[in-house]
Write a protein that binds this ligand. Structure first.
Ligand code: DGL
Length: 274
């Protein structure tokens, strides 16, 4: 048995889609969620890969200092830019996104045409076409960078016309490419899944990975024998680099669970520690 918490991080509130599945699958575990929401750091997806790598390294280091037993990189941009480096550098098990979505998309597509909606950084990394190509080199992949979506979703205004208009605009090239499967390649996007499903129509399969990530976390704990005592009620708490109140308001709405503890971490402290 291992009573240490599990760390989950993202640039903002998108990783809550992954945290939620983890809380459902592993109700007896404790979690620390880190949202790197400081205005000078968020969003990650418009920044160069080297900057995202530095941020991801700083956040991972901070969570490891807080003694997490496993770390989930619940951010596609950070996974694309930094996961292999983080895995080489740290000994704690690190689980990222991207690969599970690629698997699910290859299984789901009948037309062998897959669309990817993601941040500019994730699209530029080429990680999705590479991961899909390893599984089925005959699948065509159409990618669209969607820079307007993350800031609008993070603001909490998920019913606004601006967001709807932007989502329709980004979906258009994928519809033109006649994809039958679309990977939501950013953990913020499942938060607007109903909107995207209506834009694409029911015949298009939308792929997200939160459930699969939660299963992978559970399997890793089991394999390593580091699960917490079954039957207990686990806890969850939050760290953010931006304004705590703003984070608490938006995150509580998306997680649909009470957020009692939100602590602000000064980004300058992260830089010094790393
Ligand atoms: N949720 C992050 C991702 O999955 C958002 C990136 C950003 O901050 O732009 O890529």
């Amino acid at each position: 048995m291992d009573t240490r918490p599990i760390g989950v991080f993202d640039s903002g509130v998108g990783g809550l889609t992954v945290l939620h599945e983890c809380l459902v699958t592993l109700p007896h575990e404790d979690f620390i969620y880190f949202g790197d929401s400081a205005p000078e750091r968020f969003p990650y997806g418009t920044k160069p890969a080297a900057t995202i790598r530095r941020y991801a390294h700083e956040v991972a280091q901070h969570l490891i200092e807080r003694d997490v037993k496993l770390l989930v990189v619940a951010c596609n941009s950070a996974t694309a830019a930094a996961l292999p480096d983080l895995q080489r550098e740290f000994t704690v098990p690190l689980i990222g996104v991207i690969t599970p979505e690629a698997h699910a998309a290859v299984q789901a597509t009948r037309a062998r045409r897959v669309g990817v909606m993601a941040t500019e950084a994730t699209v530029a990394s080429g990680r999705y076409p590479a991961a899909i190509g390893v599984l089925d080199a005959g699948v065509e992949v159409a990618q669209v960078a969607c820079p307007e979506l993350v800031p609008l979703i993070q603001s909490g205004d998920v019913n606004g016309h601006d967001l709807h208009d932007a989502a329709k605009r980004y979906a258009e090239p994928l519809k033109q490419a006649e994809v039958d499967t679309v990977i939501l390649g950013c953990t913020h996007y499942p938060l607007i899944r109903p909107m995207l499903q209506r834009i694409f129509g029911r015949e298009v399969t939308l792929i997200t990975s939160a459930e699969e990530i939660a299963r992978e976390v559970a399997a890793t704990l089991e394999r390593r024998g580091v699960g917490n005592l079954a039957g207990r009620e686990g806890s969850y708490r939050f760290l953010c680099t931006g304004d705590e109140q703003a984070f608490q308001d938006v995150a509580g709405r998306f997680l649909q669970l009470p957020l009692t503890e939100v602590e602000r971490v000064d980004p300058a402290r992260l830089e010094i520690a790393a």
